[in-house]
Design a protein around this ligand. Structure first.
Ligand code: SF4
Length: 371
C-alpha cells in the first residue's frame, strides 16, 4: 500500500450523500429467514428505515407473485423484497468467468430498471428481490475454496488477486445495502478472517450509498467496482439507478478509504457521439480518483439472447434499446445457446478506441478483460 493510501485509510473521505435509496412497498420474510442472525439484522434495518409493510410468513414458501402478467404485476414484483433462505444446492459455489474464481450471492434480483438488464436472461419468475438470510453460514463456507479456481487463481495475468469471490452476479449489492448491511458484513469478514491464502471479494454496482463501507476494516481484500457508462446510455436505459456522477463520487470515496477499486464499463454501446461521451466519462473518473489508486477496468460490450430480448421487451415495451439481430453477429455456446453481439468490425473499432483512450486517460489502470 502506498503511503498516500495508508494515510487515507486512517482518515477516510467523507461519504457523498446517496442519491437514491430504495424503499420496497412490500417485504416478505420466511420463517427460516427470520430465525437466522442475518435475517434478524435485516429486519432491524428495515424497521429502522421505516419500512412498515413487513409480512412474517408462517412457513418458508413465498406466496404466488406471478400475478396476471400485466405491467402492474411486474411493477409490484419489482417493488417487493423477500428475505429467504435459499435451497442447500446454492451453497455449492460455481465459477464465474471472466470476473472471478467463484460466485456467491448476497441476494438475487434488483429494484432498478435497466432496460438491458442481464438478469432478464438469467433469473426466472417474477422479478422480486430476494435477500439471502444465510449469509453467516455462506461466508463460513468460503474458506474451503481458497486456492481453488481457475479464472484468476494460478493465472499469469491475474494470479496476484488471490482466490476471487464475486458477490454481484445476480444482484446489485449497493442497491440494497441500506436495508440489509450484507455487503458490509462480507467486506468485514474478508478483511478480518484468518484466510489460508490470499483472497479477494469483488462487487460491482450502479449505486452510490457507500457511507457504511468507508470505515470498515477491509484489509484491502475487497475490490469495489462501479458500473459506469456514456451519459446517453445511462440516462436513457438505466432507470432507478444512481446517476453516473454519484457513482464516480462514491468510487473516489472508497478509493480514498483505501479500497482497491474498479470500473465496470458496461454495457458499451456505439451510440451517436460515443467517442466523446466515453472520453468525457474517463476524464471525469481520472479527475475524481486520488493519486495512487489501485484501479482495474472491465469492458463489456452490449449483448442479448433470444430469451433476454423477449423478457426485456415484455418488461419495457417502449424501449429504444437496439436489439436488432440483423445488425449483430450470432455467437453459439457449447450447449447451443445463442448470443447476439456486435459485428467483428464494430467490436474492433470499440476495442481499439478503448485500448488507446484508457492508456492515455487512465494510464495506471489495469484492464482485466474485454468481452
Ligand atoms: Fe439489472 Fe444491474 Fe440495472 Fe439492477 S442495476 S436493473 S441488476 S443492470
Amino acid at each position: 500500500m502506498t503511503t498516500a493510501l495508508a494515510a487515507a485509510v486512517l482518515s477516510p473521505a467523507a461519504a457523498p450523500a446517496p442519491t437514491r435509496l430504495w424503499t420496497p412497498s412490500r417485504v416478505l420474510v420466511t420463517r427460516s429467514a427470520a430465525e437466522r442472525p442475518h435475517g434478524q439484522r435485516v429486519l432491524a434495518r428495515l424497521e429502522a428505515a421505516g419500512v412498515d409493510a413487513i409480512e412474517l410468513l408462517p412457513g418458508d414458501r413465498l406466496p404466488n407473485l406471478r400475478g396476471d402478467g400485466d405491467r402492474a404485476a411486474f411493477m409490484a414484483a419489482k417493488q417487493t423484497l423477500a428475505v429467504v433462505v435459499p435451497p442447500p444446492s446454492k451453497r455449492r459455489l460455481q465459477p464465474i468467468p471472466p470476473s472471478a474464481d467463484w460466485r456467491f450471492d448476497l441476494a438475487e434480483g434488483c429494484p432498478a430498471h435497466c432496460q438491458y438488464c442481464y438478469l432478464a436472461g438469467s433469473l426466472s419468475g417474477p422479478p422480486i428481490t430476494r435477500v439471502f438470510a444465510d449469509l453467516d453460514e455462506v461466508l463460513g463456507d468460503l474458506e474451503a475454496y481458497v486456492g481453488l479456481g481457475a479464472v484468476t487463481s494460478g493465472t499469469a495475468a491475474r494470479g496476484d488477486e488471490g482466490t476471487t469471490f464475486e458477490a454481484s452476479c445476480y444482484t446489485d449489492p449497493l442497491a440494497l445495502e441500506h436495508l440489509t448491511g450484507g455487503l458490509a458484513t462480507a467486506v468485514e469478514y474478508f478483511g478480518t478472517h484468518a484466510w489460508p491464502g490470499p483472497v479477494q471479494l469483488r462487487a460491482t454496482t450502479k449505486f452510490d450509498d457507500v457511507a457504511g463501507l468507508l470505515g470498515l476494516p477491509h484489509g484491502g481484500r475487497t475490490r469495489l467496482r462501479f458500473s459506469v457508462n456514456a451519459d446517453q446510455v445511462a440516462r436513457r436505459f438505466e432507470g432507478a439507478t444512481s446517476p453516473v456522477a454519484g457513482r464516480i463520487a462514491a468510487l473516489a470515496a472508497v478509493a480514498a478509504a483505501g479500497y482497491p477499486v474498479g470500473l465496470t464499463i458496461a454495457p458499451i454501446m456505439p451510440v451517436e457521439g460515443w467517442q466523446e461521451q466515453y472520453g468525457r466519462l474517463l476524464d471525469d473518473v481520472a479527475a475524481a480518483l486520488p493519486a495512487g489508486t489501485d484501479l482495474t477496468v472491465e469492458c463489456i460490450t452490449h449483448r442479448f439472447t433470444p430469451g433476454s430480448k423477449e423478457t426485456l421487451t415484455d418488461w419495457y415495451p417502449r424501449t429504444k434499446l437496439d436489439m436488432d439481430e440483423a445488425t449483430r453477429t450470432t455467437k453459439r455456446g457449447k450447449f447451443g445457446s445463442v448470443k447476439h453481439v456486435y459485428s467483428k468490425e464494430t467490436m474492433a473499432e470499440l476495442r481499439g478506441w478503448f485500448t488507446s483512450a484508457l492508456a492515455e486517460q487512465l494510464p495506471t489502470a489495469r484492464v482485466l478483460y474485454w468481452t
